[in-house]
Ligand binder design. Structure first.
Ligand code: HEC
Ligand code: HEC
Ligand code: HEC
Ligand code: HEC
Length: 448
C-alpha cells in the first residue's frame, strides 16, 4: 500500500523553492540546516502523536511589540521534536492566509516552504487555499515534500477520496493514522464511513477534517462518518474542544494564528480495541528555542516584502479638507518645549525599532510606527518621506498643514489617533489598566 492515496496528489512545491531562492539572491536556501536538525527531546515511545496546526491566517511570527506573545513558525520544531519522528505525524489543517493580496501570496509561499523545512507529512487545503495555490501557479504533480489533501483543484469535482495514511511505529506495534477531508455541505457521510472501515483487528485512528462546516453539518458528520476524531474549522485564538469528555468522535478546532499546536496522543490498550485519545494544547511560547532554518526563512520573507515595494503600493485615502501631514520637525520652531520633550520618548524612536528587526518595509508593521501611512501625504518610505517616520505629533494632534500655515490661529484638526488605535491588547499587553502611567510617560506639555 502506498503511503497516501490522495486523489489530489502532492502540490508542486518545487515552484516555491525555486522562486524563493531566485528572488532572494544571495540568501542561502536553508536545505542543509533543515536536514541537520535532530530530535532534541522525546517522550513516551509507547504512544504515537498527531500534531495539528492551521488557521495561520498569515501569522508567521509575533510582532514582538510587547512581551508574552504566542506563536511563530520558528518555535514549532521544538514542539514537534517532543515525539520521535517514527512515532508522529505532522499536519496543517489549512487557511494559511487572510486574503488574496500580494503580501498574502508571499506568505502562502513562505508557509509552504516552512512546512517543508519542518518536515510536515500532510497539508490540508481549504477552498480559499486552493484558489491561492492556483493563483500562484502551483499544480498537483507527485512527490512533493509533503502530501496535500483538501478542496479539489478542479472546481467541479466533489469526490471524497481525498485521503492520506501514515503508518507510525509505537511500542505497541504499527499504527495507521488515516486522514480524510470532506466538504461538510456537499459530500455524503456514508462514503467517508466506507473509507474509514478498519480491516479486522488492525490498529488505526481515523481522522476526518471538515471543510465548510456549521454546527448542524458537524453533528451529522460526527454521527455517521465513523471517525475517531473530527477536526472542524477554527474560529478562536485558542484551541477548542467541541465534544463532551469521553465522547466519540473527539471533535476539536485548532487555534488561530499559530498560537498553539494541538497534539493528539494516541495509545492502544490492546489488539482490536479502540485507540485511547488525549488532546493536549501546547502554547507556542516565546521561551521555546528558535529553529535556525525557520529564522532564516523569515529573513527571506522580509526581503521579499522589501523587494515587492508594498509600502509604495499601499492604497492611500485623501485627508479631509485638503489637509496634509507636515512632520514633527515642522512643529519645532513654535513648540520647541514640546518637541524637545517628545524627542526623548519611545515614540520618537518607533521607526528605528523596525529597522533594527528588519521590518521597516513591511506595511503590516509600519502602519503603527509612522505618521499617516494609509493617507495621501502620509509616510511612504524612509527615503521618500523621512520627516514622517516615527510616532509623531500629527498621529495624536492631526495633520498640521493648516495650523502651521495660519501660524497657530487655526486649531489642529482630525483625523487624530487615540492611544488605543495602536496600543491594542495584541500589540501592547501592558496598556489596558495602566492608561494613566502610559500617559504620564509621554508627557511633553507644560502644566497650565
Ligand atoms: C496596531 C499597531 C502596531 C502594529 C501593527 C505593530 N506595532 Fe510594534 N508596537 C506597537 C506599540 C503600541 C508598541 C509599544 C508597546 C508597549 O510598549 O506597550 C510597539 C512596540 C514594538 C516593539 C518593541 C519596542 C521596544 O522598545 O521594546 C517592536 C520590536 C515592534 N513593535 C515591532 C513591530 C513589528 C515587527 C511589527 C510588524 C510585524 C509591528 N511592530 C506592528 C504597535 C504596533
Ligand atoms: C500611531 C500609533 C501609536 C499611537 C496613536 C500611540 N502610540 Fe504609544 N507607542 C507606539 C509605538 C510603535 C511604540 C513603541 C515605540 C518604540 O519603542 O519603538 C509606543 C510606545 C509607547 C510608550 C513607551 C512604552 C514603554 O514601555 O517604554 C508609551 C508610554 C506610549 N507609547 C504611550 C502612548 C499613549 C499614552 C498614547 C496616547 C496618548 C499613545 N502611546 C499613542 C505607537 C503609538
Ligand atoms: C502619542 C500622542 C502624542 C504625540 C506623539 C504628541 N502629542 Fe502632544 N499631546 C498629546 C496629549 C494626550 C496631550 C495632552 C493634552 C490634550 O489632551 O490635548 C498633548 C498636549 C500637547 C500640547 C498642549 C496642548 C494644550 O492644549 O495645551 C501641545 C502644544 C502639544 N501636545 C504639541 C505636540 C507636539 C509639537 C508634538 C510633537 C513634537 C506632540 N505634541 C506629540 C498627545 C501627543
Ligand atoms: C508658526 C508657529 C506654529 C507652528 C509651526 C505650530 N504651531 Fe501649534 N500652536 C501655535 C500657536 C500660536 C498655538 C496657540 C497658542 C498656544 O497654545 O501655544 C498653537 C497651539 C497648538 C496646540 C494646542 C491647540 C490645538 O490646536 O490643539 C497644539 C496641539 C499644537 N499647536 C500642535 C502643533 C503641531 C502638532 C504642530 C506641527 C504640525 C504645530 N502645532 C505647529 C503655533 C504653531
Amino acid at each position: 500500500m502506498s503511503s497516501h492515496d490522495a486523489s489530489i496528489g502532492r502540490a508542486s512545491v518545487t515552484f516555491v523553492l525555486v522562486s524563493l531562492c531566485v528572488l532572494v539572491g544571495g540568501a542561502s536556501c536553508p536545505d542543509e540546516a533543515a536536514q541537520s536538525r535532530v530530535s532534541r527531546r522525546t517522550e513516551d515511545a509507547g504512544e504515537v502523536s498527531v500534531f495539528f496546526t492551521g488557521s495561520e491566517l498569515g501569522a508567521l511570527k509575533p510582532c514582538g511589540c510587547s512581551g508574552g506573545q504566542l506563536g511563530g513558525l520558528s518555535k514549532r520544531a521544538a514542539i514537534f521534536d517532543r515525539s520521535p519522528a517514527a512515532g508522529r505525524v505532522i499536519v496543517d489543517t489549512g487557511t494559511l492566509v487572510a486574503g488574496t493580496g500580494e503580501q498574502d501570496l508571499i506568505k502562502f509561499r513562505i508557509l509552504f516552504e516552512a512546512f517543508r523545512l519542518l518536515a510536515y507529512d500532510l497539508v490540508h487545503l481549504t477552498d480559499t487555499d486552493v484558489q491561492i495555490a492556483r493563483m500562484l501557479g502551483l499544480s498537483a504533480p507527485q512527490n512533493g515534500p509533503f502530501a496535500v489533501i483538501g478542496a479539489p483543484w478542479e472546481p467541479d469535482r466533489k469526490d471524497l477520496r481525498a485521503g492520506f495514511v501514515k503508518r507510525l511505529v509505537g511500542r505497541d506495534g504499527e499504527v495507521g493514522v488515516r486522514f480524510v477531508s470532506v466538504d461538510a455541505q456537499k459530500d455524503r457521510p456514508q462514503s467517508a464511513a466506507e473509507l474509514f472501515a478498519r480491516p479486522g483487528g488492525e490498529y488505526g485512528v481515523n481522522i476526518l477534517i471538515l471543510r465548510n462546516a456549521d454546527a448542524e453539518s458537524r453533528r451529522i458528520w460526527a454521527e455517521s462518518a465513523g471517525a475517531d476524531c473530527l477536526v472542524v474549522p477554527s474560529d478562536s485564538d485558542e484551541p477548542r474542544v467541541l465534544s463532551e469528555p469521553g465522547e466519540r468522535p473527539l471533535t476539536f478546532a485548532v487555534a488561530r494564528f499559530g498560537r498553539y499546536v494541538s497534539r493528539l496522543r494516541v495509545r492502544f490498550p490492546g489488539p482490536g480495541t479502540e485507540p485511547a485519545l488525549f488532546l493536549e494544547d501546547i502554547p507556542v511560547e516565546e521561551t521555546l528555542a528558535d529553529d535556525e532554518a525557520l529564522v532564516n526563512l523569515y529573513r527571506q520573507y522580509q526581503e521579499l516584502v522589501r523587494r515587492s515595494e508594498l509600502l509604495e503600493k499601499y492604497p492611500r485615502i485623501p485627508l479631509p479638507e485638503g489637509l496634509e501631514y507636515v512632520g514633527s520637525q515642522a512643529c519645532q520652531q513654535c513648540h520647541s518645549y514640546e518637541h524637545a520633550a517628545w524627542s526623548q520618548k519611545a515614540h520618537a524612536d518607533a521607526f528605528a525599532t523596525l529597522v533594527q528587526v528588519g521590518s521597516d518595509r513591511d506595511p503590516e508593521c509600519v502602519i503603527c510606527h509612522v505618521i499617516g501611512m494609509d493617507r495621501e501625504s502620509g509616510f511612504i518610505s524612509e527615503q521618500k518621506t523621512p520627516h514622517l517616520k516615527d510616532v509623531g505629533c500629527e498621529n495624536c494632534h492631526g495633520p498640521g498643514s493648516e495650523h502651521v500655515r495660519s501660524t497657530g490661529w487655526t486649531a489642529t484638526t482630525e483625523p487624530k489617533m487615540s492611544c488605543l488605535d495602536c496600543h491594542t491588547p495584541e500589540h501592547s499587553s501592558g496598556y489596558a489598566g495602566n492608561e494613566a502611567e502610559y500617559l504620564e510617560k509621554i508627557k511633553h506639555w507644560r502644566e497650565p
